[in-house]
Design a protein around this ligand. Sequence first.
Ligand code: NDP
Ligand code: 8X3
Length: 269
Amino acid sequence: MKLTGKIVCITGASAGIGEATAHAFAAEGARLLLAARRADRLAATAEACLARGAAAVHTVALDVRQAEAVRAAVEALPAEWQAIDILVNNAGLSRGLEKLYTGSLEDWDEMIDTNVKGLLYMTRAVVPGMVERNSGHVVNLGSTAGEVTYPNGAVYCATKAAEKAINDGLRQDLLGTAVRVTSINPGMVETEFSQVRFHGDQERAAKVYQGLQPLTGADVADAIVWAVSRPAHVNIAHVLLTPVAQANSLLFHRETAGGQSGSGQAGSR
Ligand code: NDP
Ligand code: 8X3
């Protein structure tokens, strides 16, 4: 399926996987509708996308946790941006890495409100138009964390398990329409994800990727573009992609400073 001129809405386009996905769709000549909270970062993504070949770019400063703001933002889109062809539900985050029984309620709310409720709000606002037009594709960002829960990460993992259920449920509810639904489930991707998880502690964040080669945002973007560019009768339900040095969310292989290697578990994130 050709992506030239398609309207692609990407949440969380100001950084990491979302930004790389915007770049990848730009190179295909798509029209990009970019959303995130940080308007300055969105403007930078927009400029880079135009330089890479995007047919047009429209940015919306939006917090996906705000149900009414999401509804109003989609409703208020200029007429030429209303018919969204592809929705990439990417905005998301982890906060904290600690035992469930000592976890922060604030961190839990932020993860659940963004990763689960934000994804639902965007889907509820955009998918009715796709059904009406009998055309469209929803791509949800899942994770290896949604498949296998790791120690100290129960709430983040639960949000990604919820994404799996929502992804599969939406696909069932859209049966009989031409709208497609895909979950992209990466393992470790080096983005701002761990800096956000550790509340800005860069040193702690860097340790997550020590001794192995993580995925990049561009690797994930590549999988997203591949999934949406399949022929119109093909639905890719799930894509699981990890670094070669990662078997699942629990098991990694790290090269240590002394040249020796060893397998580590999620506790060492
Ligand atoms: P980054 O921290 O690099 O980017 C996260 C993006 O989400 C930012 O653009 C941020 O923008 C946006 N965002 C966060 N909260 C909100 C909000 N309330 N409203 C709107 N936008 C928001 O992380 P990644 O790129 O790594 O993460 C993207 C997605 O991929 C997430 O869903 C994550 O769970 C998932 N994922 C990440 C993996 C990884 O290892 N990095 C692996 C598997 C899945 P802003 O702050 O400007 O609002
Ligand atoms: C993000 C991947 O394993 O760091 O979903 O939680 S992990």
